[in-house]
Design a binder for this molecule. Sequence first.
Ligand SMILES: C[S@@+](CC[C@H](N)C(=O)[O-])C[C@H]1O[C@@H](n2cnc3c(N)ncnc32)[C@H](O)[C@@H]1O
Length: 255
Amino acid sequence: MFDPEKNIAQPTPEKNSSEVKIESTRAYESSPAIIELSETKVLFENKITPETRVCLIGDGQGMDTEQFLKMGVNPEKISSINYEQSEVDQANSGILENTGLVMKQGDATDFESLENVGLAANSQEVVTLMHVLEVPNIKGDSEKKLVSNLVKLLKPKGELLVSQYKYKFTKNDRELQRRIGIEEITAGSLQSQFGEDWKKKFREENGLEWEEGMRYGEISNIRTKDQLMKLFEQDFEIKFEETENEFVLKMKKKL
Ligand SMILES: C[S@@+](CC[C@H](N)C(=O)[O-])C[C@H]1O[C@@H](n2cnc3c(N)ncnc32)[C@H](O)[C@@H]1O
């Protein structure tokens, strides 16, 4: 719940929702942690250079991928993989058009799918996963597979950047969600995903009724700081940071 007195979002209990739509929830802007990285050029301890091999997982319409190009990383060294084909198409005909870089469709919970788009084990120096953990179906087994695939993708001592919102937002936080770029769940997007029965399907999958003005922060899968630490601490050294709205983990693969 958004508390206007304290000006902070309060945690709300997690609802048990399964797969909904896994498209981007961010409006057309880069993640704050990526903007910071584009200024410092250091994620954990290594400087990002034109030759750094970077892989972005789940970068919506390509805004963060574009930041790495702006940082001067050679387009041939960047891989950008996203599950939603519609977003991949949007990125390639939009922000990434004529950049020499093509976003590819792939599922980061399935290593074979990553190999199919040319990614090999032990190949990446930097991997980013910005607000992908919130996707409702990344839990249990798929969450484990996702983390072990990130570990597998990275070279020894490779660096990983992960962000996740701190709270599941409520309907009272819609203005806050709008301000920080969390997209509205429109009837049109649900209709194109679920067809005629979209309202029923939405209710079944999220345990709540869709309503006009609802935003994706209200159906996301949120972990606590401890849960995030547990997810990554076995394989990574972690610098844990938080802003008002998000947790940011800057990590280095142990070996
Ligand atoms: C909540 S959006 C976040 C988008 C963007 N990174 C941001 O920070 O706003 C989640 C993104 O993860 C992608 N995604 C979800 N599951 C995925 C998977 N298994 N493999 C790759 N991408 C996935 C979705 O297609 C979507 O673009």
